[in-house]
Structure formats: C-alpha cells, structure tokens
Design a binder for this molecule. Structure first.
Ligand code: PLP
Length: 412
C-alpha cells in the first residue's frame, strides 16, 4: 500500500469531510474551528457561496485557455478588479499559480529591468520553497537544508525584531537600517543591487509586523540608490492585517508587489504587479507558465475581491483582530510561558519563551497539538518554531473569536 505519511506532520491528521466559513467538519464527526485557513488562503472562509457559484459557472464555460495564447474573460475581469485595489502606478499584472512562482517572477523582472544581480532580503523572511524562493528565504534552515547550492546573489540584512533584541521598536528600526547601509557599502554595492525584497509582516518567520518606519526607510534607500522595492504580500495581503495590503500600515509604496493566497479563496493563482514601464523590461517571452492565470481560479478571484468589498472584510479583519489580540493579551497575563503577543488584524502570533528568555519550541508544539484536541486548528511558525499563529478567515464572527480564545485558553 502506498503512503503519504512522510509528508504529514501529524501521525493522525484531521481528515476533512467538508468545510464552511470558519469551520472544518472532519470525517470522524468532529467540528473544528479553523484558525489556519489553509495557511492563510481561504480568505472569504471555506466554500463561500459566491466563490463556489463563480467557480462552478466558470467550469462549464472554459477551464483553461493559456492567457498568453488566447485571453479569457475571467482574467480580464480579475485584472480590472485588482486594479481597483492596487497601489497607484502598479498598472500591469503577470499571473502565475503559487506564491513561490510569483516571487521568482518578481526577482527575474528586477534583475532584467536593472541589469543588476543582487537581491537583499531580511532576516526571518519567507518567500517560498522552490530553489530560487528558498534561496531568498531566511525564516529557518529547514527550508533550504540539504539541497545546496542555492541561487547566488542573495544578501541578508537585519530585520527589526524588537522583542527578541530586547529593544524598543525605534531602536530596533534604527539598528536594522544602519545594518542595511553597512551592507550596501560592504557586501553588495548599490549598483550591483537590483532589489530589496520584504514581507510587510513576517509570516513563517514568526508573525512579526514589519514596523512602518522600516518600510519607509527601505523606500528612501531604494529611491536614493535606484534599487527596486518588492513587497511580498502573499500572506499579508487582501485584508489579512486589517488594511487591504499589509504595507498600507506605512506610507511606503512598492515598485513590485507579489500576491497569492487570499486573492482567490483557495483556488491556485498568484500575481505580480508593477508599472507598465517596469514590466515591459522583463517581457515578452521571459515569463510564463502553462497554468498561470487559470480561468476558474481567476473567476474565483473576481468573486473573492467582490465578497471582500461587499461584506466589509478588511474592516472585519481589523475589528475581529483587535478582539483576538485583546483576548490573547489577557491570556498572556496568566501564562508566563507566553513571552510576546503581536500581530495586525487576523494575523496574530503568540511567542513562547523559556524562563531564561530563549525560544521555547517544545511548549509551542505542545500547545498547537492541544488546540487540535480542543477542536481549534492552529499552526506554529518562526525560525525556532516557538510561535503559535492564528489566521482566522476574514469572515470570522465575534462569537467565533470568543470560542477560539476559550479553546486556546483550555489548550494552555
Ligand atoms: N511568500 C510568502 C510571504 C508566503 O507566506 C508564502 C507561502 O507561505 C510564499 C511566498 C510561497 O507561496 P506558495 O507556498 O504558494 O509557493
């Protein structure tokens, strides 16, 4: 008999029978409150009726018609809908299937447009698992161990992780910007540097919102040195942080924006956005992919963005996120093993810390398992694996947040 077991984290995984909204119904009859959303993907909740309807209808019209060969209506509509919410000036889109592919497309474009080889990434960043995306990832050695050599031309600079440095945020930001300035005079000269690549809120690296002043400092330096600024909004985008895009907590704007996950509620589609002028420096023929911009995924994407707008889900993320964080801070006051609670909107991290101040991954793993026992699904993250992350659907209700907090407390 064949087996999937080497790929599974749990010996006895939850097997999903069906799912709706914030809930997963297991084959064994248990009902789980899902605070994982397929790793931040099912933004409008599981099987939102409008998304299901749009996909069903599209399957009967055209499933696949490669868009660089013949265009199809859902992609034109998705392009228009994304245009309504993208930062001004990012008026050209390229579509792929996954976050990693879009990250690769962004890096290819940055190198081709500037003629420069190097990319600066920031400590704890996660950008995917293909070889190039893993080369750009510093959220833990597990993402790249064992298959070196990685892509060359990647330089890591400091991230302002105030809690772990034991500093206030301003000091951490000042330090990280100084480190970047130093890097640009030592390891990669500005005229060898194509781009800075950063997440507006670290995802797999520990659910740490990137301080607005750091993003603004990157923008200043990018402008000063003619370096491109790439925001990886794969996890933080589409309302996840309580703003439409994670970077909108700051005034900084990207030259290239990467999107995936929440843009289509679970259908595989990703995109990069840039100005037409910049995008034209990487085309034609240099980008592509058989399945990129799939018609059914694009139709689901159109429905997703419409639901986000019609149901006020960005605002719901902010309000329910504040409720979730307030509850977590209350729980933290009763459990000294929780060192730090942080996050924006419905992207909240709980960092477990041993009495000597070191990361406590064993407790995080035990709590994560215990939440499953309480019928609450959660995930861990962080380079040391000591952060439990909560990623509810953007449609989550006040009562569901209360239930999540009760179950989390019971698990602790
Ligand atoms: N970038 C970020 C910020 C992510 O969180 C992820 C996935 O978790 C990726 C890129 C890679 O996306 P995918 O897993 O779809 O390749």
């Amino acid at each position: 008999m064949t087996s999937l077991s080497p790929l599974l984290k749990q010996a006895t995984p939850v097997v999903v029978d069906h799912a709706l909204g914030s809930w997963i119904y297991g084959t064994a009859g248990r009902e789980y409150l899902d605070f994982t959303t397929g790793i931040g993907v099912t933004s409008t909740g599981h099987c939102h009726p409008k998304v299901v309807e749009a996909a069903r209808e599209q399957v009967g019209k055209v499933i696949h018609a490669q868009y660089t060969t013949v265009m199809h209506k859902p992609l034109l509509e998705f392009t228009e809908k994304l245009g309504e919410v993208l930062p001004t000036g990012l008026d050209s889109l390229f579509f792929a299937n996954s976050g990693s592919e879009a990250v690769e497309a962004a890096v290819r474009l940055a190198r081709m447009a500037t003629g420069r080889p190097n990319i600066v990434v920031f400590q704890g960043g996660f950008h995917g698992r293909t070889v190039a995306a893993a080369s750009l990832t510093t959220a833990g050695t597990k993402f790249s161990a064992g298959f070196s050599p990685l892509m060359s031309g990647v330089h890591m600079s400091a991230f302002p992780y105030a809690y772990r440095y034991g500093w206030d945020q301003e000091t951490a930001v000042g330090f990280a910007l100084q480190e970047l300035d130093y890097l640009l005079t030592t390891r990669t000269a500005p005229n060898d540097t194509a781009a800075f690549l950063i997440e507006p809120a670290l995802g797999d690296g520990g659910y740490i919102p990137t301080p607005p002043r750091f993003l603004e400092g990157l923008r200043e330096r990018a402008d000063r040195h003619d370096i491109l600024l790439i925001f990886d909004e794969v996890q933080a985008g589409v309302g996840r942080t309580g703003k439409y895009w994670g970077h909108q907590h700051s005034t900084a704007l990207p030259d290239i924006q990467i999107m995936a996950k929440g843009i289509a509620s679970g259908f595989p589609i990703s995109a990069i956005a840039a100005s037409t002028e910049l995008m034209s420096k990487g085309w034609p023929g240099s980008q592509g992919g058989t399945y990129g911009g799939n018609a059914v995924s694009a139709a689901a994407g159109v429905a997703t963005l419409q639901v986000v707008e019609d149901e006020g889900l960005v605002e719901n993320s902010r309000v329910r996120g504040d409720q979730l964080q307030a509850g977590l801070l209350d729980i933290q006051s009763r459990y000294p093993v929780i060192g730090n609670v942080r996050g924006l909107g419905l992207m909240q991290g709980i960092e477990f810390t041993a009495p000597d101040g070191s990361p406590d991954a064993a407790t995080a793993a035990a709590v994560q398992q215990a939440t499953t026992d309480q019928d609450l699904l959660t995930l861990t993250c962080g380079p040391a694996g000591n952060v439990v992350r909560l990623i509810p659907a953007l449609v989550v209700t006040e009562r569901e947040i209360e239930q999540g907090l009760e179950r989390f407390d019971a698990a602790l």
